[in-house]
Design a binder for this molecule. Structure first.
Ligand code: UDP
Length: 327
């Protein structure tokens, strides 16, 4: 098949492209290179079945042209990273809502099955885990960027879902919990690449808040394998799936593990949320997915533990020295 990946030069998009090529498919990656990077797809560009189109999902004619030429659409382009969202809330909203509208409109015009990636952020402050797909969303004020982002991704989900319900377009929603691996940049938040970069250059590891908040980190390979299976599964249409790990770790303990695995002499510093993000910033204490549904539908089971995920990021960061020089 010929697949269109929006956000195809991004962290997750580039790994998905690689997997599609390995399985013999053709890939068109559409990316405006805002958070995506040419470097991510350098190796893929050597494959004649891969095409990179530099452009925006807000460009309706461009999106129309490439959706028509492809058999399936993976819509991954989005504003990502808590830091970016807090800094540029307007741009984040437009990219997510208007962008998804344009992609889904085109997908419906040519009746192309579409998978959209959403996020665990849609559950908001609901911190009692493990969270199932039909769990309540608990949000703060829409004037806080984190909650407006959560809302924008929920609108994307509703759009995809209603295209299925009312127009019969096969759409699948994947809610990614914290996903990590090579090529993820620490520039927009993303704690593991940041800690690894800090540890490798001997800088302090910046733990926000008291460090008791916890997360579960999934390797990007586990995510893209599941995404591939879901697009091929007819009964997945009209459904949402959590994808994530259940190996829970506090951020303080994560910092200690990164220091140990890099054999760094760095210390840990605690930074109040107000200073790290913006005044009144709200974090979630805990975020653990229930992934029973993905296991039942496509046999999803994460294969990589936290230690090997951290190691992978260390190896990648050491091979990419310009990352270590980032602030
Ligand atoms: N975090 C941190 N130091 C950093 C970056 C992030 O302590 O330099 C914290 C962040 O406040 C959150 C957790 O690490 O509690 C995970 O952050 P990330 O941005 O990776 O993902 P999130 O789960 O917030 O979407």
């Amino acid at each position: 098949m010929r697949a269109l990946i929006t956000g195809g030069a991004g962290f997750i998009g580039s790994h998905l492209g690689e997997l599609l090529l390995q399985e013999g498919h053709e890939v068109v990656a559409l990316d405006n290179l805002s958070t995506g990077r040419l470097q991510n797809v350098e190796a893929l560009q050597k494959n004649p079945r891969f095409t990179l189109v530099v452009g925006s999902i807000l460009d309706e004619r461009l999106v129309d042209k490439f959706v028509e030429r492809c058999d399936v659409v993976f819509h991954l382009a989005a504003a990502v990273g808590v830091e970016l969202i807090v800094q540029k809330p307007f741009e984040s909203l437009t990219t997510n809502i208007r962008g998804s509208e344009i992609v889904l409109e085109a997908a419906n015009r040519y009746r192309r099955p579409t998978l959209i990636t959403s996020t665990s952020e849609i559950y908001g402050k609901n911190s009692h885990g493990p969270l199932k797909e039909d769990e309540d969303r608990i949000l703060g004020s829409p004037l806080k960027s984190r909650w407006s982002y959560s809302t924008s991704k929920a609108v994307d989900e509703i759009l995809a879902y209603t295209y299925w319900r009312e127009k019969g377009l096969p759409t699948v929603i994947v809610r990614l919990f914290n996903t990590v691996g090579p090529r993820q940049t620490g520039t927009y938040g993303m704690v593991i690449p940041r800690f690894v970069q800090q540890a490798l250059k001997g800088a302090e590891l910046t733990v926000y808040g008291d460090g008791k908040q916890s997360r579960c980190f999934m390797h990007v390979q586990d995510a893209v394998q599941a995404i591939m299976k879901l697009i091929h599964l007819p009964k997945a249409a009209g459904q949402a799936f959590n994808l994530g790990s259940q190996e829970e770790v506090t951020i303080e303990s994560l910092a200690q593990q990164v220091i140990a695995q890099t054999r760094s002499r760095s210390r840990i510093s605690h930074i109040p949320y107000d200073e790290a993000y913006e005044e009144g910033f709200e974090d979630m204490q805990r975020r653990v997915p229930d992934t029973t549904k993905a296991r039942e539908f496509v046999g999803f089971r994460p294969t990589r533990d936290l230690k090997s995920i951290i190691q992978d990021v260390i190896d990648y960061t050491q091979k990419t020295p310009d990352l270590i020089s980032v602030k």
